[in-house]
Design a protein. Structure first.
Length: 101
């Protein structure tokens, strides 16, 4: 015990301090693992929720389709039904604007 400095009267106190230090290290290691698991779990859950939201089109129907030059109709794209209905791309919207003018 003399080689490591534990031959004095305070040796018991030193050993208690070392054990307390080891307990703190083990607590910190366990806490770090818990935080890592929580972060990974939260990331996976957010990715799943984002995938579900995209699949269900909660945040909109995606980009509007572009009218192609190979369109069989001579009408404008919004009247030919190439855009999703609702909003400013709906042909009823433009008709209501024409009626107001």
């Amino acid at each position: 015990m003399a080689g490591v400095g534990l031959d004095r009267d305070e040796a018991a106190l030193d050993i208690r301090d070392l054990r307390s230090l080891l307990d703190c290290v083990w607590l910190e290691r366990r806490t770090a693992m818990q935080i890592a698991v929580r972060m990974i779990t939260t990331g996976v859950m957010l990715a799943l929720l984002a995938g579900i939201a995209i699949k269900l089109k909660i945040f909109g129907g995606g980009p509007l389709p572009i009218a192609t030059p190979n369109c069989q109709s001579n009408r404008p794209a919004f009247e030919a039904g190439h855009f999703v209905s609702g909003g400013p791309h709906d042909h009823n919207f433009f008709r209501s604007l024409a009626r107001r003018a």
